[in-house]
Write a protein that binds this ligand. Structure first.
Ligand SMILES: O=c1ccn([C@@H]2O[C@H](COP(=O)(O)OP(=O)(O)O[C@H]3O[C@H](CO)[C@H](O)[C@H](O)[C@H]3O)[C@@H](O)[C@H]2O)c(=O)[nH]1
Length: 379
């Protein structure tokens, strides 16, 4: 058991909540904050996702509803606890939206991070795992992508905020050798915890591929749009590296262990499977695994889309002793379980009761399973 206390920003969100499960299971104490921009929060300021995490793990989380733009409050929380290390997930993250309201993205992501770093400095906490993205590589010059691939040629504002933060963290680690920072560059996280109790529940429109496919399989949307089938790829559709969110979560625990054992100053790692998967392949596999019909329509390419991105994960494997365990089939299966048990995400009445987070209360949920024997097909 680690006995260390980890401060998790964006802890109630999709990747945050799954990582909190892994942290608790690894013996860490967790203090989490969230402002509920990307996830559902209860009216009393508690997080339904984290109540379910407590149910899954049988452990308790200290939670604060807190906006990272409120630097004074952040520092106050740091001064109230002994915090050994930080995992920083919180950010605005929708690529399309970032192009429409860039100032909001720069303000939230950059200033929020600066406030966090100042709060950490104020209590002498210098261990940080930062949630970055493969977006920092821009349109890749070579595949699979290694960590030394050039960064900065980013195609959207969201990715640029992450790139700027990476640069800032690098400067910080050069300025004071006490800093010990890992930036994890995620490829495309999908799937859900195998219990079906926690998963991705976007507060805004569904835009990412797997959540959209699931909405179609649930008959909540009529069809999936495949953005372009004339790329130079295996079947003409876009290629990505989908990674199970539980593998990603385990990657954070591995990174944290590394930080607590070694002084790295500043280091980046890719978290991906290295397995290239096309849009068409994902539609087909999702349909096969779930036995649901996934209707799709091919339309023109989406503006700004990159043709193909997948990771070289060797460095994380060697240094962190971490590798992906879950197959693409398992990603679909677990995502579908979450969706069918919670067709309205955390908004459903909640069947889960358990120990509550700070100020928490029990909630209920109504599972619903829609079945059909169809397969993926186009219209
Ligand atoms: O309805 C859809 C949605 C997506 N796609 C295609 O599916 C692939 C994946 O698209 P997503 O929108 O799911 O994901 P992106 O790769 O565009 O972006 C995601 O992964 C990035 C890293 O690669 C960032 O993390 C970003 O925040 C996150 O949204 C792309 O080829 C896209 O064109 C479709 O064909 N139809």
């Amino acid at each position: 058991m680690s006995g260390k206390t980890v401060f998790v920003t964006g802890g109630a969100g999709y990747i945050g909540s799954h990582s909190v499960v892994e942290l608790l299971n690894a013996g860490y104490e967790v203090i989490a904050i969230d402002n509920f921009t990307n996830c559902v929060g209860d009216e009393d300021g508690t997080a339904p996702s984290l109540k379910r995490v407590e149910k899954i793990t049988g452990k308790t989380i200290t939670f604060y509803k807190c906006d990272m733009l409120d630097g004074a409050r952040l520092t106050k929380i740091f001064k109230q606890h002994h915090i050994d290390c930080v995992i920083h997930f919180a950010s605005m993250k929708a690529v399309g939206e970032s192009m429409e309201i860039p100032l909001m993205y720069y303000k939230n992501n950059l200033i929020g991070t600066i406030n966090l770093l100042e709060a950490m400095e104020s209590v002498g906490c210098y261990q940080l795992v930062f949630s970055s993205t493969c977006c920092v590589y821009g349109d890749p010059e070579t595949l699979p992508i290694t960590e030394d691939h050039p960064t900065g040629n980013v195609t959207n504002v969201y990715g640029r905020t992450k790139y700027f933060i990476e640069e800032m963290l690098k400067d910080l680690s050069n300025s004071n050798e006490k800093w010990n920072i890992i930036a994890l560059r995620y490829f495309n996280p999908v799937g859900a915890h195998p219990s079906g109790l926690i998963g991705e529940d976007p507060t805004k429109e569904f835009t990412n591929l797997m959540p959209y496919i699931a909405q179609v399989a649930l008959k909540k949307k009529p069809y999936v749009t495949i953005f372009g089938n004339d790329y130079d790829t295996v079947d003409g559709t876009g290629v990505r590296d989908y990674i199970h969110v539980m593998d990603l979560a385990a990657g954070h625990v591995a990174a944290l262990k590394k930080l607590l054992n070694d002084h790295l100053y500043y280091k980046t790692y890719n978290l991906g499977t290295g397995n290239p998967v096309s849009v068409q392949q994902l539609v087909n596999i999702f349909s096969q695994v779930t036995g649901q019909e996934v209707v799709y329509v091919v339309k023109p390419r989406r503006d700004g889309d990159i043709v193909a991105m997948y990771a070289d994960g060797q460095l994380a494997k060697n240094d962190l002793g971490w590798e992906c365990k879950f197959s693409l089939e398992r990603m679909c299966e677990d995502f579908w379980r979450w969706q069918t048990m919670n067709p309205n995400g955390y908004r459903d009445e909640n069947q889960v009761s358990g120990k509550s987070t700070t100020n928490g209360s029990s909630t209920k949920n109504t599972p619903e399973i829609i079945s059909s024997n169809g397969n993926g097909h186009s219209v």
